[in-house]
Design a protein around this ligand. Structure first.
Ligand SMILES: Cc1ncc(C[n+]2csc(CCOP(=O)(O)OP(=O)(O)O)c2C)c(N)n1
Length: 698
């Protein structure tokens, strides 16, 4: 039997609902919920979180097309079943089977995911998927597709920054996004208090059409979903459904319901807000079913699930040897000798060229960030050429870094290829920290089902883009404009971090970074944007570096994870200096000055990629020199520089003739603004020279 609801809003809505199929899906969700809950109680696995009361989400999914995208939350078992029909999947995940279609047994159950099914990887961070859903919507809109993205969360989720970011993404850009707030009026033990006033009015005032609907009434839920979907598909912008439901169970298997909910309230909720029961009654009243049919269906479903369970228990469980699988996706470099004519270029020029190359090669590639679409090309001018040549592919964003990362990451995931975010100053990435970390986690969490291409460029370290002046004024960036940044990113599993020191590297590494299927944090040093090659104390350019200020025309890539070894001076190497970014130039200046006084050469290992770093190059350089200095622009509190230093101690100890040195910025919050304090804060060529001297007498 079907209910024809075609004339709800317009005659283009050719949807009819198979109510019996929908009921069966919802009932299956409930029976599976009860089975999983029991098994958890029997100690068969560590955790379960239930869907009881939220099954009307199946009716919302029934109003969508299979090509629409879903970002579900942990109570959406019925939504999963409605989209996939897969009754094995949730059981496989509960029992941690490698056959689990969501996370191959790697994540807790109820984290719905599936790339082929267009279900974004569910996360435990409440509403953490929201910014990604906005990105999917952004890319749907750019490509003028008729898809949409549904993003669901609980009432607690509405209070998060992530949900508010999605709301802003959707409303500012008028994206095809359906936000569903499954309001069971609980957030663990907290009832209400997640927003003030009416959610619907708040939403409408912010430019998003919204409806409130009783989620215990399945037909009303479906009708509302159809209206909202119709609203979105007719190009009127995003929509929000405030779906009022009841939570029929405890928050999760870890919560004792009686410790925070009153008996009468639970009984009333169960009696009035059970969508499966209400829908069953409605079907009986309409003559489609009898009580006995429902009891029989329940029994059948339970028997079927128990049979499936038995099958699943014979399937393989994860083994310890796979624990590092899918940790990071570094692209395999393909040899491609640059063929274009060499021209002298600054790093900023090289970055401009790389972005134009990417835009030319892929018309759907775009850069998104604050001011990037202005003729100035962002505050540093990195996108100026793009604005001139491909204005449609460079879009200025509102001032919200989490919004930027979410848009770009979600769009990249939908495309399977990196799009580019610009974060104006690395200091300001901090509101997007969780989103970046989640993006880096997806390939691991989903056991490689989802990749996470995402290119984040950001100005970092000292300097505001002016010329480098062999080791003095660092630009006065002070607090908020001068952090090095690598300390924040190199400890995130799954994240690639790159920091070039020359224009040649900046272009080749940026182009290669865009090929990665794990997120890349591309740290551009402000002090190097317009820098000349480093010079010695007499003002002579250091030749081994100067060559890299000539940049080939056209497309070329350089391998990630590969350092460059630079030798300054002749004879046996006395000291190896491990550096990256601006500190490579400082180290070159120091080395060029020192080799005039000491016998032998000094080697500088320019890491270029910080994670994964080139262990072979470091090992070889330390072996040859037996003395090593690590120099970093970071402050000396659990920094990446400290990590490299510690790695050398642990892995190269027997090749060392002296204690390895770490040179870093001071452990103050940031470089002070005034020149004297700022100069004292950063390591410089002079600091490095002193350190070389000390090492050589040791
Ligand atoms: C960002 C974040 N903070 C805290 C938690 C711990 N936590 C897990 S579920 C939850 C309540 C969520 O409430 P709501 O969004 O209303 O969903 P419900 O569980 O009630 O369906 C909390 C606080 C979390 N997972 N993520």
């Amino acid at each position: 039997m079907t209910v024809n609801i075609q004339d709800i809003e317009s005659d283009t809505l050719a949807t009819s609902l198979d109510v019996m199929a929908l009921y069966r899906t919802m009932l299956t969700a409930r029976v599976m919920n009860d089975l999983l809950k029991t098994r958890k109680t029997q100690g068969k696995y560590p955790f379960y979180i239930g869907c009881a009361g939220h099954e009307s989400m199946a009716a919302v999914i029934a109003a969508l097309n299979e090509t629409d995208w879903l970002a579900l939350y942990y109570r959406d078992l019925a939504a999963w079943l409605q989209r996939t029909g897969d009754t094995y999947g949730p059981l496989r995940e509960a029992y941690s089977r490698v056959t689990g279609p969501m996370n191959a047994g790697r994540n807790m159950p109820a984290h719905y995911s599936g790339r082929a099914l267009r279900i974004l990887p569910g996360v435990s961070e409440v509403a953490g998927l929201c910014p990604f859903a906005g990105g999917v919507g952004f890319s749907i809109q750019r490509e003028r597709s008729d898809e949409l993205v549904l993003c669901s969360t609980g009432d607690g989720g509405v209070a998060t920054n992530d949900f508010n970011v999605l709301f802003r993404q959707a409303s500012v850009h008028q994206l095809p996004v359906l936000m569903v707030v499954e309001d069971n009026s609980w957030a663990i033990t907290m009832s209400g208090g997640q927003w003030a006033g009416s959610l619907v009015e708040w939403s409408r005032a912010g430019g998003v059409y919204a409806e409130e609907v009783d989620g215990s009434n399945v037909i009303a839920t479906y009708e509302s979903a159809c209206r909202l979907v119709q609203h979105i598909r007719s190009g009127k912008g995003p929509a929000l459904m405030h779906l009022r439901v009841g939570l029929l169970d405890a928050h999760s298997s870890s919560t004792d319901i009686k410790s925070y909910r009153k008996k009468e309230e639970i009984e009333l909720t169960v009696a009035t807000k059970d969508p499966v029961q209400n829908f069953g009654r409605w079907l009986i009243e309409n003559g489609s079913l009898q009580e006995s049919d429902i009891a029989r269906m329940r029994k059948e479903i339970r028997a079927d699930l128990e049979r499936i369970e038995k099958e699943i228990l014979l399937e393989p469980v994860p083994t310890a040897d796979r624990v590092m699988n899918h940790q990071i996706n570094v692209p395999i470099w393909q040899e491609n000798t640059p063929r274009g004519a060499l021209r002298p270029l600054t790093m900023l020029g090289a970055i401009n060229e790389a972005l134009v190359e990417l835009a030319q090669r892929d018309p759907d590639f775009f850069v998104y960030g604050q001011d990037v679409g202005s003729p100035k090309g962002g505050v540093f001018g990195a996108t100026a050429s793009l604005v001139k040549q491909h204005p449609q592919q460079v879009i200025s964003s509102p001032l919200n870094e989490q919004m930027i990362i979410g848009i770009v990451s979600g769009a990249s995931m939908r495309a399977g290829k990196a799009r580019c975010a610009e974060i104006q100053f690395v200091d300001y990435h901090q509101s997007a920290t969780q989103t970046i970390r989640l993006a880096a986690r997806f390939p691991y969490q989903t056991y490689g089902d989802w990749n996470s291409p995402l290119l984040i460029r950001t100005k970092s370290g000292s300097g505001g883009g002016g010329p480098i002046s062999s080791s003095s004024a660092a630009g006065g960036g002070a607090f908020g404009h001068s952090n090095a940044g690598e300390q924040w990113f190199t400890n995130v599993p799954g994240l690639i971090t790159v920091c070039p020191s020359t224009p040649f590297d900046a272009k080749g590494l940026l182009l290669e970074s865009a090929r990665a299927q794990s997120p890349v944090m591309f740290l551009e040093r402000g002090r190097l944007y317009r820098s000349e090659p480093p010079k010695d104390a007499e003002g002579t350019a250091i030749q081994v570096m100067a060559d890299y200020w000539h940049v080939p025309d056209g497309y070329y890539t350089l391998p990630l994870g590969k350092a460059r070894r630079l030798r300054i001076g002749d004879g046996p190497v006395q000291v190896a200096i491990i550096a990256w970014g601006t500190m490579v130039l400082e180290a070159c200046t120091a080395a060029a000055n020192m080799v005039k006084h000491v016998d032998g050469a000094i080697e500088i290992v320019d890491l270029r990629t910080l994670i994964p770093f080139d262990q072979k190059a470091i090992t070889a350089a330390v072996k040859e020199a037996s003395r090593v200095i690590v120099v970093t622009e970071e402050i000396d509190l659990t920094s990446f520089g400290r990590h490299i230093h510690s790695w050398i101690v642990q892995n190269c100890f027997y090749d060392l003739d002296a204690t390895p040195v770490l040179l870093s910025a001071l452990a103050a919050p940031a470089a002070p603004y005034s020149t004297a304090e700022e100069t004292a804060f950063y390591p410089s060529a002079a600091t490095i020279e002193t350190s070389i001297e000390d090492l050589l007498v040791e």
